[in-house]
Design a protein around this ligand. Structure first.
Ligand SMILES: C[S@@+](CC[C@H](N)C(=O)[O-])C[C@H]1O[C@@H](n2cnc3c(N)ncnc32)[C@H](O)[C@@H]1O
Length: 416
């Protein structure tokens, strides 16, 4: 028979902590049977403004979650303490309380100094939806990612995850660029999203910088299709998205202001190169591209030994063309003074086109001889005569000519 007094006392302490705002967490452990979860972790969350005790049931293969309304907590605790779990720890900002029961059911309650004194965030949305908390509901709903009840539509769950993941990446990159909340700028940051399509990631970017990071930003989405520009502008106006606008234009030629960041996600073929060039020319501190189709280099690729035997397979040749295109893009960006990073954008199970090149400007452009040489050597090795970013080489060669520099590379004999 369980000794009820410590259990009742523990339940009472939990109840008081939940009521007086000192509750931090509760953990149940040492289950009496293998059928029970190994552990239950409980924290206080607000769901649509209503306090709930959110339980994470830790099982050997997966976690399950369950939410209890406050009036349900006392009965739930009675069922658990000593009956299902032999240990429980209640952490409050003033004291920690530990319930311990032995195999014979003899229980005791001990208290300690608080192991932590900081209350946890009660924002359930943040935990479940990362960057896409409730403040994103207006545009997510407008883009039909959320249904009328604020739930993610099943057909849009991948897109929702993709936006979230993208915003996490961009938030790290923004930190890397020094765009933190504490740093106040004289004028708003200026971002361009080239080939923005329906604007999922453009609205996301604006949401991250304006609503989450509380910084002044002007985001312009550039899109070739006027119908998409019309609908995205309409939604921006409808939700009062200050600083967000969409313009119709071509990535290569659209008029752009000086930029802090240029982003181009899944812009087709060499539109990604046009975007990279525009980013470099506009002095962007940050350039982020997620290339899409890679058609330019494939017909040019040579089949140097010992790669020839592998490249006779069409699929391998295609992968090699992607590898070469994105590898050269990263090298060009490095030559233009950027520190580059190539990472996976979306999980490979959804699309093989999942690379992202992120570049942060750190050095003077086009002065690092070794960076330029790496481009020329790789092109020579791959048999690539022309790639869309060669314009940058020409640009540099003009500058060099004006400064009286050489016009041919002495090693490769390629035009500088
Ligand atoms: C595959 S969608 C990607 C949309 C968005 N960036 C995303 O990742 O969700 C590519 C978009 O880029 C636009 N686009 C392609 N080439 C373009 C160009 N040269 N100038 C402007 N828009 C372009 C297309 O119309 C299309 O809407």
């Amino acid at each position: 028979m369980t000794n009820l007094e410590p259990a009742q006392h523990f339940a009472q302490k939990t109840n008081s902590a939940l009521t007086d705002g000192t509750f931090i967490r509760l953990v149940m452990s040492r289950p009496v049977s293998k059928e029970l979860p190994q552990k239950i972790m409980a924290r206080l969350v607000r769901l649509r403004g209503v306090p709930n005790l959110s339980l994470t049931l830790r099982n050997s293969t997966q976690d399950m979650t369950k939410n209890l309304l406050m009036p349900q907590v006392a009965d739930w605790l009675k069922e658990q303490l000593g009956e299902a779990f032999r240990s429980a720890l209640l952490c409050t900002t003033t004291r920690d309380w530990q319930f311990i029961s032995n195999e014979a059911g003899v229980a005791r309650l001990v208290d300690h100094k608080p192991s932590e004194t900081q209350l946890l965030s009660q924002d359930h949305d943040k935990k479940a939806f990362g960057m896409l908390d409730s403040s994103a509901a207006d545009w997510l709903h407008g883009l039909e990612i959320l249904d009328r009840d604020g739930r993610v539509r099943a057909s849009m769950a991948d897109k929702h995850r993709q936006i979230n993941h993208y915003l996490e990446i961009v938030s790290h990159l923004a930190k890397d660029c020094g765009w933190t909340e504490s740093l106040k700028h004289d004028s708003p940051l200026r971002f361009a999203d080239m080939g923005c399509g329906k604007g999922y990631l453009t609205f996301g970017l604006w949401h991250l910088i304006t609503r989450l990071q509380k910084q002044a930003v002007r985001v312009v989405g550039v899109e070739a299709r006027p119908d998409l520009v019309h609908t995205t502008n309409k939604l921006a106006k409808q939700i009062g998205a200050n600083g967000l606008e969409f313009v119709q234009g071509d990535i290569a030629t659209v008029k752009l202001p000086p930029l802090d960041a240029l982003i181009a996600l899944h812009a087709c073929n060499t539109a990604t190169d046009d975007a990279i060039k525009r980013g470099i020319e506009s002095g962007a501190k940050l350039i982020v591209v997620a290339p899409c189709c890679h058609k330019e280099l494939r017909p040019q690729l040579g089949k140097p030994e010992p790669l020839a035997a592998v490249l006779r397979h069409g699929l391998m040749e295609e992968r090699m063309a992607e590898w070469a295109t994105d590898g050269l893009r990263a090298l060009f960006l490095e030559w233009a003074g950027y520190r580059t990073k190539i990472m996976e954008f979306v999980s490979g199970e959804h699309t093989p086109k999942n690379l992202m090149i992120a570049a942060v400007r750190e050095r003077e452009a086009f002065v690092d001889e070794s960076a330029r040489k790496r481009i020329l050597e790789l092109k020579l090795f791959l048999g690539v005569e022309h790639c869309a970013l060669d314009g940058l080489l020409a640009e540099c060669s003009r500058t060099r000519a004006q400064q009286g520099g050489p016009s041919k590379d002495p090693q490769t004999n390629q035009t500088l």
